[in-house]
Design a protein around this ligand. Structure first.
Ligand code: NAD
Length: 358
C-alpha cells in the first residue's frame, strides 16, 4: 500500500484531483490517500493557506499529488506553491510536454522535457516594497557600492542564482537525459544581459556538460529559445532553465501540445516529490465540472513511474491517449470549437479513461 498526501487545492483543484484519484485507483495500484486541505478557504479558516500539518503529511508519506492553489496577485499571501517547493527542497520542476494524437494543435510529434530550477532566482521571495526601509537601504547600498542610481520610488526583487543550485539542476537534467535515452540538453539563459546570475548558470552548465560527453549540449538565449520553440520545436529535447524562464517556457511548451489541460508536472527533491499539473486554479471554471483533468491525471502517471509502478503508468497513459484519439469523451479545450455542446465534463473524462483501463 502506498500512502500519498492528496492536496485537492482550490479553484478547479478539487475537481481535477478527484478525477485523478478515481483514475489512479482504477489502475489497481494500492493507494491510500491522506487528504490535506490547503489554499484560499483554509487561509480564511486556519489563518494560513498552507498549515504545518500539510508539511508533516508530506514529510511522512514522501509523495504527494497536489491540485493547483490560487496566489493573490500583487498583494495578499505569498505563493503556497513556491513555499512548498522551497520548504521541502523540491529543487527540480520536471515538466514533460508530449503530443497526443487528437489534441487540438498545429504541432505534431512534440516531445520536450522542461527542467526548471525551483528554489531561487526571482522566485526566491526576497522582495522589498516601494518606500520600505529595506528598499531604501538597498538603494543606498547600490549607490555607495557601484554608483548606480535606483529610483527611490522603486520596488525591488532580488535574483539570486548560486553555483550550488545551478550544479544540482543541470546535473539532474543530464542524469534525466541519460536515464531516459534523450539526445540533447539545452541550457536556457539571458547571460548576455545578466552576466553574474544567468552568466553563472551558463558557466556551471558548461562545466557539468563536460562530464556527460554522451549527451549533446548547447545553450540558447531565452528570447531566441521562445521563437525557436514556436518555429522548430523538433530541434529540442531536454531544456534546463532557471526558475522564472522555466515557468514561462513551460506554458509556451504546453501551448505547443494543445494547452494547459494536457501539461503535467512534478516537483522533485532528494527526499520528497509533489506531483501537480502545470496549470493553475483557473478560478473562472471553479465548480463547473468543465476543465480538462488530463494534466492532473498525467501528473499521476508521473507519480506512478516515480514509485516504480511503471506497468500501471503505461496502462494509464495508453488509456488516456486512446480517449484523446477517439475525441468523444474529451473536454471543451480538445474539441475543435470550445463551445462544442458534445464536450465531456471533467468527471466524464475520468469515467471514459477508467473504462479503457478495465
Ligand atoms: P491558470 O493555469 O489557472 O489558467 C489559465 C487558463 O488556462 C484558464 O483560464 C483556462 O482557459 C486554461 N486552463 C487552465 N487549466 C485548464 C484545464 N485543466 N483544462 C482546460 N483549460 C485550462 O492560470 P491563471 O489564470 O494565470 O492563474 C490562476 C491562479 O492559479 C493564480 O492565482 C495563480 O497564481 C495560480 N497558479 C497556481 C499554480 C499551482 O498551484 N501550481 C500554477 C499556476 C498558477
Amino acid at each position: 500500500m502506498y500512502k500519498i498526501t492528496l492536496i485537492p487545492g482550490d479553484g478547479v483543484g478539487p475537481e481535477v484531483t478527484e478525477a485523478a484519484k478515481r483514475v489512479l485507483e482504477a489502475t489497481g495500484v494500492p493507494l491510500e490517500w491522506d487528504i490535506q486541505e490547503a489554499g484560499e478557504e483554509i487561509y480564511q479558516k486556519e489563518g494560513t493557506p498552507l498549515p504545518e500539518r500539510v508539511f508533516d503529511s508530506i514529510r511522512k508519506n514522501k509523495i504527494s499529488l497536489k491540485g493547483p492553489i490560487t496566489t493573490p496577485v500583487g498583494s495578499g499571501f505569498r505563493s503556497v506553491n513556491v513555499l512548498l517547493r522551497q520548504t521541502l527542497n523540491l529543487f527540480c520542476c520536471l515538466r514533460p510536454c508530449k503530443s497526443y494524437a487528437g489534441a487540438k494543435t498545429e504541432y505534431k510529434n512534440i516531445d520536450l522535457v522542461i527542467i526548471r530550477e525551483n528554489t531561487e532566482d526571482l522566485y526566491a521571495g526576497i522582495e522589498y516594497q516601494k518606500g520600505s526601509e529595506g528598499a531604501h537601504s538597498i538603494i543606498e547600498s547600490v549607490k555607495r557600492i557601484n554608483g548606480k542610481t535606483i529610483r527611490m520610488d522603486s520596488g525591488i526583487s532580488i535574483k539570486p542564482i548560486s553555483v550550488y543550485a545551478s550544479e544540482r539542476i543541470v546535473r539532474f537534467a543530464f542524469e534525466y537525459a541519460r536515464k531516459n535515452k534523450r539526445q540533447k540538453v539545452t541550457a536556457v539563459h539571458k547571460a548576455n544581459i545578466m552576466k553574474y546570475s544567468d552568466g553563472l548558470f551558463l558557466e556551471v552548465a558548461r562545466e557539468i556538460a563536460k562530464k556527460y560527453s554522451d549527451i549533446e549540449f548547447e545553450d540558447k538565449i531565452v528570447d531566441n529559445m521562445c521563437m525557436q520553440l514556436v518555429q522548430k520545436p523538433g530541434l529540442y529535447d531536454v531544456l534546463v532553465l532557471p526558475n522564472l524562464y522555466g515557468d514561462i517556457v513551460s506554458d509556451l511548451a504546453a501551448g505547443l501540445i494543445g494547452g494547459l489541460g494536457l501539461a503535467p508536472g512534478a516537483n522533485i527533491g532528494d527526499e520528497f516529490a509533489v506531483f501537480e499539473a502545470t496549470h493553475g486554479s483557473a478560478p473562472r471554471y471553479k465548480g463547473l465540472n468543465k476543465v480538462n483533468p488530463m494534466a492532473m491525471i498525467l501528473s499521476g502517471v508521473m507519480m506512478l513511474r516515480h514509485i516504480g509502478e511503471v506497468t500501471a503508468a503505461e496502462k494509464l497513459d495508453n488509456a488516456l491517449a486512446s480517449v484523446i484519439k477517439e475525441g468523444k469523451s474529451v473536454t471543451y479545450d480538445i474539441k475543435s470549437t470550445p463551445d462544442d455542446a458534445s464536450a465531456a465534463t471533467t468527471s466524464e473524462v475520468a469515467d471514459a479513461i477508467i473504462k479503457k483501463i478495465s
